[in-house]
Design a protein around this ligand. Structure first.
Ligand code: FES
Ligand SMILES: [Fe+2]
Length: 403
């Protein structure tokens, strides 16, 4: 064998690249701090503490006497016990179950120590960290980090800030697998057509065999934009492959491009159509996927629990009121919840759980992954501030080879 063929052979079997081209992405294993994250359904948070874990930080959520949700670090500074195991002994406080250290919910200040008497000298000298918490879309959102907080509205998908009347259906599930893999899977150009070909959600909806795409960046969002669509393909020397079945409906050309490949929907929702999104799939930091369909928008928030676990928050929003809203809820509960947020997204879970990278060998459609990794450039996606510990100049280290 000559040198060239030997080189080609060893390249072929090369295990592939590391993530050294995207150091900020690589460092974000347990999540990105200083962002808002949806933590729980608002209806689940009451006067008893609920523990959540976000970006490897343990947090407890509970409502004070006024019904306001409060978020405190779920760790008693005394001996490190979980405050979420305690109870509200006095209005607007939480008492640690171990020795009764009692913290004010609004600012985390130690205001009484039950087992040390009213003249306890440690009162006022200790506090637990508090986090900003807000309710929106029926969810409790928590600002996780140490930097100054900014309004949640700056980070919410823009169309939800002053949205017309709408209905929300959704599902929250703790899943194994790293949050970055969930985000990448959500935005992954190549997988849906093949992996989800067997999903019930897609039974009557035809998907292309392959596409050519490019990625557009608009504000903080990346959009997948379709350039070419192929319903079937003849693979040289191998054979023909297509998703086409006589019972499947092909989406109209225009609809498929701007609003998800959902088959023959008669009419597009005017609010969604009016958003004029460059592509139906978009992704932003800190792990928010938006898929626009003709009649609703689907969001996935990939909330890092820690490096090996992700809270999947899937939310569908329909911009309707009155009877149409009631119909949407019914449709959601009877069908969408199981088909889409259940079986369909369960296929993603199945794959993400097994994703084992780096090393990896990327291919042409993975331009979607590469552009997303470039978003982690050491700048906060909302405030534009440099992020702590990540001094990488904007995009300078990324290379986009997709061989
Ligand atoms: S550990 Fe919390 S009061 Fe002692
Ligand atoms: Fe998927």
């Amino acid at each position: 064998m000559n040198d060239v063929s030997e080189l080609l052979r060893s390249r072929k079997y090369d295990q592939g690249r590391t993530w050294s081209a995207w150091p900020a992405y690589e460092a974000a294993e347990s999540g990105l701090l200083n962002y808002w994250y949806p933590a729980a359904w608002a209806s689940e948070i009451g006067k008893n503490p609920t523990p959540v874990r976000i970006c490897a930080v343990n947090i407890m959520l509970m409502r004070d006497e006024e019904g306001q949700v409060r978020a405190l670090r779920d760790r008693c500074p005394h001996r490190g016990v979980k405050l979420s195991q305690g109870i509200q002994e006095f209005p607007n406080t939480i008492s640690c179950p171990y020795h009764g250290w009692t913290y004010r919910l609004s600012d985390g200040e130690l205001v009484a120590v039950i087992t040390d008497g009213p003249d306890s000298r440690i009162c006022g000298a200790v506090a637990v960290q508090t986090f900003a918490a807000e309710e929106r879309l029926g969810l409790v959102w928590v600002f996780v980090g140490n930097a100054d907080t900014y309004p949640l509205d700056k980070q919410l998908p823009e169309e939800l800030v002053d949205a017309p009347p709408h209905a929300v259906g959704g599902r929250i599930e703790n899943r194994s697998g790293n949050w970055r893999f969930y985000a990448e899977n959500g935005f992954d150009e190549g997988h849906a057509k093949y992996l989800h070909r067997t999903s019930l959600w897609r039974t009557f909806k035809m998907m292309p065999t392959w596409n050519k795409i490019h990625i557009e960046k608009l504000g903080r969002w990346l959009y997948r934009v379709e350039d070419e669509r192929y319903w079937e393909a003849e693979f040289p020397g191998v054979g023909k492959w297509s998703n086409d079945r006589w019972w499947k409906i092909k989406p109209k050309q225009h609809q498929g491009r701007m609003l998800g490949n959902t088959g023959g929907s008669v009419r597009n929702d005017p609010y969604i159509a009016g958003l004029d999104l460059p592509g139906f799939a978009s992704l932003s930091l800190p792990g928010v996927l938006r898929i626009a369909y003709p009649q609703f928008i689907h969001y996935e928030f990939y909330v890092p629990i820690d490096s090996g676990h992700t809270k999947y928050v899937g939310v569908m929003v329909q911009f309707k009121s009155g009877l149409a809203k009631a119909k949407f809820y019914l449709k959601y509960l009877l069908g969408i919840r199981w088909l889409f947020h259940g079986q369909f997204s369960g296929q993603d879970h199945w794959m993400v759980e097994q994703t084992d990278a780096p090393p990896e060998r990327l291919y042409r459609p993975d331009v979607s992954l590469i552009e997303w990794r470039r978003l982690f450039d050491g700048r906060h996606a909302i405030t534009g501030e440099p992020t702590a510990g990540a001094g990488h100049p904007s995009g300078a280290t990324a290379t986009a080879s997709t061989n």
